[in-house]
Design a protein around this ligand. Structure first.
Ligand code: DAH
Length: 341
């Protein structure tokens, strides 16, 4: 029996050395120290032994049990340490390495100039009114006093959809009708920013898709002098106090009278250069007093109400502001361009 205990001890200690994982250790523990293990069976059956045998076997049995338990605890600790070491080297992290640079995005020059323009109009009491890009012929032309086959339609090269009467808006002006029909009979002060679409030969100054910013003020006793004063103030705020504003008589079907708004050239200070085509002036908007027919189409009685409207090109303003020579850069998606803003 004592020999049996010795061989259990030897076998168990040898097996323990080859147990290299937590699972293997658990199996080992069941096999050599579990309730049904040979060692535990011997210790459990001590009562069946004779008086002479019992003390020696009991003593030795307990020694073996203690030795196995101690060896087991050491082995558990050794494996835990090995696993920790492994995870430290395998997942090694060099906290002294420099971080990966975050490439920060930025606002497109369109967005930047629009926000600047919104802020100026907001201070003058104009709020942004959003209007649709896909319009009907009726809103884009007819309600703006441009009937079918009217020669003024030649001013807008139009994209037609396959649905009859549905087009891409050629200007933001149809938004005037939407705003008037929504607000009538209250007074209105809105700006209507957005994309416009024209079937055009693309060039440095013309694209098939471009930004426009419409403005509309409707109320009682609004006069041409209000339009002139408001546009001059806008120019002063966006281009600075040194620039002059000029109004030229013009024609638009939806305004009467109509004007073009010019600002003195920043490049030459008004003496004439290549940028202003040697005129000293740059055109920045069309404007005028809202035509009585348009007021009527919006629901306002032209005998009681009057208003002014304007349409400007924010891209044009951005080009003047930042010295951008070609309108196509805005859509070119070239980082070398975009990162400059
Ligand atoms: N809609 C015109 C265009 O795209 C611009 C314009 C001119 C708008 C005069 C207006 C205006 O509101 O009064 O050419």
């Amino acid at each position: 029996m004592l020999e049996r205990l010795n061989s259990i001890e030897q076998e168990a200690l040898a097996a323990l050395q080859s147990a290299n994982s937590k699972d293997a250790l658990e199996n080992w523990h069941t096999m050599y120290l579990g309730k049904k293990s040979p060692l535990m069976t011997i210790l459990g059956d001590l009562g069946k032994l004779s008086h002479e045998e019992r003390p020696a076997i009991g003593k030795r049995g307990n020694e073996v049990k203690k030795a196995l338990e101690a060896a087991y605890a050491d082995r558990v600790e050794a494996i835990r340490k090995a696993e920790l070491q492994h995870s430290l080297t395998a997942g090694a992290l060099d906290v002294t390495l420099p971080g990966r640079p975050q490439s920060r995005g930025r606002l497109h020059p369109h967005t930047q100039i629009l926000r600047e323009i919104y802020a100026i109009w907001a201070e003058m009491g104009f709020q942004v009114y959003r209007s649709r890009d896909v319009e009907t012929d009726e809103y884009n032309f007819e309600l703006l006093n441009i009937p079918q086959h009217h020669p003024a339609r030649d001013m807008w090269d139009t994209f037609y959809t396959t649905t009859p009467g549905v087009i891409l808006r050629t200007h933001t002006s149809p938004g005037q009708i939407h705003a008037m029909r929504e607000y009538c009979p209250q007074p209105i002060r809105v700006i209507l920013p957005g994309m416009c679409y024209r079937y055009e030969q693309i060039s440095a100054s013309k694209g098939i898709q471009f930004l426009q910013m419409e403005g509309l003020a409707v109320g009682k006793n609004i006069r041409l002098s209000d339009l002139l004063g408001t546009m001059s103030e806008f120019n002063r705020r966006i281009f600075g106090p040194d620039r002059k504003t000029r109004f030229r008589a013009s024609y638009f079907p939806f305004t009467e009278p109509s004007v073009e708004v010019d600002v003195s050239c920043a490049n030459c200070g008004g003496t004439g250069c290549g940028v202003c085509k040697h005129t000293g002036w740059l055109e920045i908007a069309g404007a005028g007093m809202v035509h009585p027919t348009v007021l009527k189409n919006g629901g306002y009685d032209p005998a009681v109400y009057s208003g002014f409207a304007f349409g400007m090109g924010p891209e044009r303003i951005a080009m003047l502001r930042w010295g951008i020579s070609d309108i196509r850069y805005f859509w070119g998606n070239d980082l070398r361009f975009l990162e400059q803003f």
